[in-house]
Every structure is written in C-alpha cells, then in structure tokens.
Design a protein around this ligand. Structure first.
Ligand code: UDP
Length: 172
C-alpha cells in the first residue's frame, strides 16, 4: 500500500450535499462508507473537519461581529460536524475517536498527539475538531498542522470541485 497513514481534510461545505447549509445525512453516510473502505485496506485515517456549512468567523465579522467571537463560533461548528461524522462512521461500523483543539470534555477527548497516534495504530479513525484552537486560522491550516504532528504520509482534501482548475470553477 502506498500510504500507511492519511490525513483527510473534509470541508464543512462537503457535508452539505445539495443543500444551502447544514448537513445532508445521505452525503454523510456516503462519506462514512468511503472512509470505511479505506480503513478496510489497512490504511490509518485521521480527519480534520471544517465548519463552513454552519459558520465562518470572517462572515460574522463582515456583519459587524467581533472576529474572535465569530471564530470561536466557527470552531464550535467544526465540533458539531465532527460529532455528525463520528455518528455516521460508528453507524457504518467504524471505530472512532473525536479529539478537539478546544476542550469540551463531556463531548469529546482533548487533542493529545500521542493518544491520537495510539488510536490510529489501533485502527480507529480519529476526527480532529476545533481547527487549530486559535482564531484567525482555518481548518486547512489545522489539517497541515495535524498531518505533520501525527506523521501522516499524505494530506487529501475533499472539496466540492471535481478536478484541478487554474480559475475558480464556480465563478466561470
Ligand atoms: N476556525 C478558527 N480557527 C481554526 C479553524 C477554524 O477560528 O483553527 C474558525 C473560522 O471562523 C472558520 C471556521 O472556524 O471560518 C470554520 O472553519 P473553515 O472555514 O476552515 O471550514 P471549511 O471551509 O473547511 O468548511
């Protein structure tokens, strides 16, 4: 197998399916099945989940909201998505752990690098919520950070576009 450990970045928008916001349960279970198929090949899977389908701090700031407050909301949005993805994966029979960069102990484990790596070696899918835990960052930055920390072999990004473009396909 080419890759032993992968870091998948799933944007919040990828969970919307054809909706305008929120989560499409059908799309979510399709992702869960796809991720399950990857784990069945013996590949360790960690996932950084976005929150753009629910809230982005920068959008809040454009409407006059305090940016840091908005970013906190965005980070919590990623935790909501993480819980939804965890549920879908467990429904598909995949063992998971959700770890968050901001502590929310009754709901998820805090991010602890060595624990995350231990889960992965045991075949559990680890979902990272809360981005980097810092405002003014995005979950793309979190994906790169976590990938390096857990020594992933590759970062794969799931977005709503279907290829490689030299201009934004949604603006053409
Ligand atoms: N966010 C943040 N710090 C981080 C990651 C995310 O403050 O390290 C906030 C930020 O407001 C961002 C929102 O969470 O707009 C949702 O994340 P992102 O926009 O990266 O989600 P995606 O585009 O992947 O759905």
């Amino acid at each position: 197998m080419k890759y032993k450990r992968i870091l998948l970045k799933l944007s919040g928008e990828a969970l919307m399916g054809d909706r305008q916001y929120g989560i499409d349960p059908q799309r979510l279970s399709e992702y869960a099945e796809d991720i399950k198929a990857v784990t069945e090949k013996g590949i360790e899977v960690a996932i950084v989940i976005g929150g753009g389908n629910i809230f982005r701090g920068v959008a809040g700031a454009m409407n006059g909201m305090d940016r840091v407050q908005g970013d906190h909301m965005g980070m919590l949005a990623t935790v909501i998505n993480g819980l939804a993805l965890q549920n879908a994966l467990e429904d598909a029979g995949v063992k998971t752990r959700l770890q968050t960069a901001i502590k929310i102990n009754e709901v998820a484990e805090p991010f602890i690098r060595r624990k995350a790596m231990s889960h992965l070696t045991k075949g559990r899918v680890v979902i990272f919520g809360g981005g980097t835990g810092n405002p003014y960052f995005t979950t793309d930055s979190a994906a790169v950070l976590r990938a390096i920390e857990i020594e992933a072999d590759v970062i794969l990004k799931g977005t709503r576009v279907d290829g490689i473009y030299n201009v934004d396909p949604r603006k053409r």
